[in-house]
Write a protein that binds this ligand. Structure first.
Ligand SMILES: *[C@@H]1O[C@H](CO)[C@@H](O)[C@H](O)[C@H]1NC(C)=O
Ligand SMILES: *[C@@H]1O[C@H](CO)[C@@H](O)[C@H](O)[C@H]1NC(C)=O
Ligand SMILES: *[C@@H]1O[C@H](CO)[C@@H](O)[C@H](O)[C@H]1NC(C)=O
Ligand SMILES: *[C@@H]1O[C@H](CO)[C@@H](O)[C@H](O)[C@H]1NC(C)=O
Length: 138
């Protein structure tokens, strides 16, 4: 119920184009318009702890002007974690290299959220430890 009220308030804000006001990342997800489709990671992706991967997204419908203060935050079980994988890149490039954290529990409910002018969540994917990665390759 409170969330509904908050959402309505944010809609009203958006309608009056107060886009420069400081808002939380959660609010940005509601307010912002361009949510690029994340190509990778996706449901078939497996990341091994400590390895580098590219997060990639579709830039085909990108607006002319978007902020270059984008960031990639790790999500787990549909919620944001406090782990920012990378920040300060240009959303228009369509990809950014991240290092899979090596201090996380290996599970299959991770996601990444791409923040910029928009906030968009990837499909859930798997993180394994290097040992598990080696074993599953056998
Ligand atoms: C899913 O992500 C993998 C990389 O993890 C990529 O190679 C593949 O093309 C992606 N699948 C789709 C349907 O985009
Ligand atoms: C990420 O993508 C860039 C550009 O395509 C490529 O040069 C780089 O090797 C990729 N890095 C990884 C870790 O896949
Ligand atoms: C994009 O930003 C540039 C520089 O800030 C500005 O000159 C231009 O008018 C903007 N274009 C649009 C479509 O907002
Ligand atoms: C951030 O997350 C890590 C584990 O992922 C935890 O140990 C740490 O206490 C968290 N920090 C804050 C400020 O929530």
């Amino acid at each position: 119920m409170q969330f509904t009220l908050l959402a309505s308030a944010l809609m009203a804000l958006a309608a009056s184009a107060v886009s420069a006001s400081p808002v939380s990342n959660e609010a940005r997800m509601i307010l912002d318009v361009w949510a690029p489709t994340i190509i990778s990671p996706n449901a078939s992706t497996v990341w091994t702890e400590g390895q580098q991967y590219n997060v990639t997204w579709d830039t085909s419908n990108a607006p002319v002007n978007i902020s270059n203060g984008a960031s990639v935050v790790l999500g787990k079980d549909g919620k944001l974690t406090n782990t920012t994988l990378v920040s300060g890149f240009d959303l228009r490039q369509g990809w950014v290299t991240v290092t899979c954290p090596s201090d996380v529990i290996p599970e299959d409910d991770y996601s990444i959220v791409l923040f910029g002018d928009s906030g968009d969540q990837s499909e859930q994917f798997t993180i394994t430890t290097s040992l598990e990665g080696v074993l599953s390759d056998l």
